[in-house]
Design a protein around this ligand. Structure first.
Ligand SMILES: [Zn+2]
Length: 254
């Protein structure tokens, strides 16, 4: 992430670089990384109904935007808002949480976010959606992307460079995690956009209620056969049909 994009995130919520929503790095996958990030929590700078902020002090507008997102997203998903999110804003704190600089992560178990941006809607989305359980990683990341507000934060299909391809081999969490770690043409930024747009297309076609039935019925470790069965049960369509239809949706604006 560039210095400019960090500055825009700090100073102007509505103009946060769109790439910000791509910065999350695989929720709580790497235990040693999490442990490294857990040290040296900075002082409390602000409190809201659902959040304690540590580090730099957000503006009132930033705090209001975060609160509205938390409450509105919980309502949209039919879950209770989290009792208290611990949001560690690392921007400008040199030498602190070094592994987490340049992006963010969410730890739903601890209701904790560390991010160089505020608010980081993608990471807040992970925490707010936690009561739904944890589906395989590509759906966890896809939902967090989908939940990021429009128009400034949410990535659209126009952001996908080249063919828009959802790969069925990403279904196991371990496989999508391996793809995220990869540095080839489908590096993390692109993968986040693809699964986010795919989630949006599926919800637009089959409805949020069906998607949430599908999501809730899975675990992080569900294997492809179980995922395919759950998708068919929840939507009446096959997952492979949904993926194929997505490939034909390149010109849609959602
Ligand atoms: Zn994420």
């Amino acid at each position: 992430m560039t210095r400019e994009s960090r500055a825009s995130g700090r100073n102007a919520i509505g103009t946060l670089d769109r790439r910000a929503c791509l910065a999350c790095t695989a929720v709580a996958l790497n235990a040693s990384w999490l442990n490294a990030c857990a040290a040296d929590r900075p002082p409390v700078s602000a409190r809201t109904q659902h959040m304690t902020v540590y580090g730099p002090t957000p503006s009132g507008a930033q705090l209001d935007a975060a609160e509205q997102y938390i409450v509105g997203t919980a309502q949209r998903l039919g879950v209770d808002p989290p009792a208290q999110i611990h949001y560690i804003w690392t921007d400008g704190i040199s030498g602190l949480h070094t592994p987490c600089q340049g992006g963010g992560f969410a730890d739903p178990g601890e209701s904790r976010i560390e991010s160089s941006m505020f608010p980081h809607y993608h990471e807040l989305g992970h925490i707010v959606s936690a009561p739904l359980g944890r589906a395989p990683l590509m759906f966890v990341e896809g939902l967090a992307e989908h939940l990021s507000p429009v128009p400034d934060f949410r990535c659209t299909i126009d952001d996908v460079e080249g063919p828009f391809i959802v790969r069925p081999e990403w279904l196991p969490s371990r496989s999508f995690a391996a793809a995220l770690r990869g540095s080839g043409p489908e590096a993390p930024r692109r993968l986040y956009v693809v699964v986010g747009v795919f989630t949006r297309l599926v919800i637009a076609r089959y409805g949020l209620a069906a998607y949430l039935r599908f999501y809730r019925s899975l675990t992080f470790f569900s294997e492809p056969l179980e995922v395919r069965r759950a998708f068919l049960s929840a939507t009446g369509a096959t997952l492979d049909e949904a993926i194929a239809r997505t490939r034909d949706a390149n010109t849609q604006t959602l």
